[in-house]
Design a binder for this molecule. Structure first.
Ligand code: ARG
Length: 584
């Protein structure tokens, strides 16, 4: 495993050296290197620097050019305009750098310099409730961020903060006590079956709760038993959790997101800490009693009536809320799990909650300056009409229905194009393409933005879709299979066609792009990079014959570019959680 410096960073370093030699009083100065259309790169740093030191930028630029070492990196450099440098890299340097990337399992991408420990809270559905389209985003974005961080060398602890606690369980458990066989099954239960019995039970108990005062009273007492840790009550609660997990796992499986049991630490997991969390907050004065409730106030958070709108940690009836759990989770994640970064992949509509929770934890000293807490607040999934996505009947869309439809559509696309695939392969690829399409549409939009859920667009073969990327990948694999005796091999001595250079330069930027994506938690930038890679490949493929190139060396060199493109696509898509079938 060897990390490979990019052409941009090698060039940057040489320019910086030449610049400080030309202008020692500037110290270490930034040549401000950018990609450029006119040459490969443009350096603008001489302008501001000369101005600051009252010199002539063109003269300074010329001096920098003189000071650049002769070598095999730079083909051409010229002073242009008021004092820019236009720089062209040699073809040889491009191919040599790419060859070094190809020789490395990680494509030359370095590990982060100072990896830390991130605890990430994502994929957090609610027990005894259907997963809806909102849970698509918290799962898909979270999964991608986990993969991206782990690839950078970060230690990642996953936490699925499922909604498995609260007053509704009193009602459910009481109903189950009075109707003991409602959750019984014969043999193995499918996810759908589990959910439909939970749904049935939920509706029946709700109806009773709303119509029968005595049942309501029994249900309320059951909440108290649950919170007091009564054994029979807990055992029944566990049945709801287990039944729900059967369902969750079936959905995550369809979504191709791997969830491990030990990472599911729901709201109930912090139950033992809640009283202490409240006590510490009250003793330190961070929280105060207000009308019996334990509250934290913020100068800048007011309700619509202009009155302060506090974070309520404990209600006046003694019940602990969502905030108490999240504050306890912070204590656990920083204190026990030793996180230096806390990430929350949660709907942007919960931003005020997290702002108040983080601020409270800072005041209490549970979040110190060296710990970063970030909510990746995601936008809403909209229907084609631009309003929050609903079924025709106005109900929230079940995640499973949506995934099934995507798989159906994608299977039709795969079947139409399939040449020699069996039915079984068509079904498998259809699922990989359909789920990939849904994930890609989600991940190619920046996290905080809303987007329209449009299956027609998502499974389109043209345009910014995962299908387009998957076909590019599969097409390369098919060329590599057809190459017969010819193997991919780099030939730095060959001159490159413009489309080869453009592709090569983009391939070389993968590591830098990933560093940026990792630091900013922005998977959409990776999606954008991959789309551009596939587009550059398409141009290359149209302009440069591969297997019918002029010389055997050129065939090998082009196969080499094909192969590195495929490996980069696969690595990038894997980081987004999207499959790359070898054949489509
Ligand atoms: N269960 C919640 C929901 O479905 C999300 C939980 C978010 N995580 C947290 N630590 N509050 O909206």
């Amino acid at each position: 495993m060897a990390s490979v410096p990019s052409l941009a960073s090698s060039l940057h370093q040489r320019l910086a050296e030449a610049l400080s030699a030309a202008l020692p009083e500037a110290g270490t100065a930034d040549p401000l290197l950018r990609r450029s259309d006119r040459a490969d790169f443009q350096a603008n740093g001489m302008l501001a620097l000369a101005k600051k030191l009252k010199g002539n930028p063109r003269e300074l630029a010329a001096k920098v050019v003189e000071g650049l070492p002769a070598g095999d990196l730079i083909k051409d450099v010229e002073v242009s305009g008021p004092g820019f440098l236009n720089i062209t890299i040699t073809d040889e340097a491009i191919v040599r750098t790419l060859a070094a990337r190809a020789a490395d399992d990680r494509l030359g991408v370095p590990f982060a310099e100072a990896p830390g420990t991130t605890v990430i809270d994502y994929a957090q559905p609610n027990v005894a409730k259907e997963m809806h389209v909102g849970h698509l985003r918290n799962s898909v974005i979270g999964d991608a961020v986990v993969r991206i961080l782990e690839f950078s060398g970060e230690k990642v602890v996953r936490r699925h903060h499922i909604g498995d606690w609260g007053t509704q369980f009193g009602m459910l458990i009481q109903f189950l006590i009075e109707h003991p066989h409602e959750l019984d099954h014969e043999g193995e239960v499918s996810g759908e079956e589990a959910m439909s019995s939970l749904n049935r039970l939920y509706k029946a108990s709700r109806t009773l709760f709303d119509s029968d005062e005595e049942f309501k009273a029994r249900a309320r007492r059951r909440v108290v038993d649950l919170q007091a840790g009564d054994e029979e009550t807990l055992a029944l609660w566990q049945r709801f959790v287990d039944e729900s997990k059967i369902y969750f796992y079936s959905v995550f499986d369809k979504l191709d997101v791997e969830i491990r049991d030990e990472d599911i630490v729901g709201e109930s997991g912090y139950n033992d800490m809640l009283a202490e969390t409240c006590r510490l907050l009250e003793e330190s004065g961070v929280a105060v009693r207000s009308n019996g409730a334990l509250c934290v106030f913020f100068d800048d958070v007011k309700g619509p009536d202009g009155n302060p709108s506090p974070l309520i940690v404990q209600k006046s009836d003694g019940g602990f809320g969502y905030a108490a759990t999240d504050l306890s989770a912070i204590r656990d994640r920083v204190g026990n799990l030793k996180a230096d970064t806390l990430l929350y992949v949660v709907d942007a509509r919960q931003s005020l909650h997290f702002k108040m929770v983080f601020e409270t934890a800072r005041r209490a000293g549970w979040l110190t300056d060296d710990v970063k807490a970030v909510q990746l607040g995601f936008g809403t999934v909209l229907g084609k009409d631009g309003k929050p996505f609903k079924t025709r009947e106005g109900e929230t869309v079940r995640l499973v229905d949506l995934l099934d439809e995507a798989i159906d559509r994608a299977t039709a696309v795969v079947r139409e194009k399939a040449q020699d695939l069996t039915e079984e392969q068509i079904a498998e690829r259809g699922a990989q393409v359909g789920i990939g399409a849904v994930k890609y549409a989600d991940l190619s939009t920046s996290v905080s933005r809303d987007y329209k859920f449009d299956l027609d667009q998502m499974v389109s073969l043209n345009g910014d879709t995962s299908v387009y990327l998957q076909y590019a990948y599969a097409r390369i694999q098919s060329i590599l299979r057809k190459a017969g005796e010819a193997r991919p091999a780099a030939h730095p001595e060959l001159a490159l066609a413009p489309a080869e250079r453009a592709l090569g330069m983009h391939l070389d930027q993968f590591g830098e792009l990933l560093a940026e994506v990792t630091a900013s938690y922005e998977p959409h930038k990776l999606a954008g990079y991959l789309y551009q890679l596939a587009s550059l490949y398409t141009t290359f493929y149209a302009e440069c014959p591969v297997l019918k190139a002029e010389t055997p060396e050129q065939v090998e060199n082009r196969l080499f570019l094909c192969d590195l493109t495929a490996r980069t696509l696969r690595q990038g898509m894997t980081l987004l959680g999207i499959r790359t079938p070898e054949q489509l």
